[in-house]
Ligand binder design. Sequence first.
Ligand code: URA
Length: 220
Amino acid sequence: MQGAGARGETGVAPVTVVDHPLVQHKLTLMRDKARSTKGFRQLLNEIGTLLAYEVTRDLPLEPVEIETPMVTMQGAQIAGKKLVLAPILRAGVGFLDGMLSLLPSARVAHVGLYRDPDSLEAVEYYFKAPSDLADRTVLVLDPMLATANSAVAAVDRLKERGARDLRFVCLLAAPEGLAKFQGAHPDVPVWTAAIDSHLNEHGYILPGLGDAGDRMYGTR
Ligand code: URA
């Protein structure tokens, strides 16, 4: 796992590229334009599970006393309230089942944003989240951090509703999107499977994998 150093060195939360061989292998399969809708969806779920493992690596633990069949012992459990998974509709939903398989008690918030095809700005059409966001770690999910308009807007909305401890998880990031996201939300660390070359004039990531939502739902 490649991290961008300790938090605070630059005043900007780190970007972690999850370079685990399984993640990189599955990502390559997803990039292939010949991959079927079914295969693409399954791989996105599988990578979601692997990213959930990495993004929760540093969650604080607290001691808990339990009884094994043999003795009483002090174990460890994740401290605090359950996590919130906040997929940005619609492509972010592709991570959800895979992440929930590892975090089955997580709460789920939905942030409905679409990208206006002309302005590329994020337009909100739905928002529903637990009322106690201020007390929970929120994982914001979107496979593609491209222009970052949706990511910035989603984190804006979640912060407006009280969220203070957020992490952003994507599959691919463009350097332009990362810079914009970090400028708007320097307190929010990012996890991604890869940082690609650049955006094209339509806001698509190159080399990328095309439109993640369309490939996942077979809507092209
Ligand atoms: N959204 C996508 O689905 N793909 C891109 O390349 C950029 C944004």
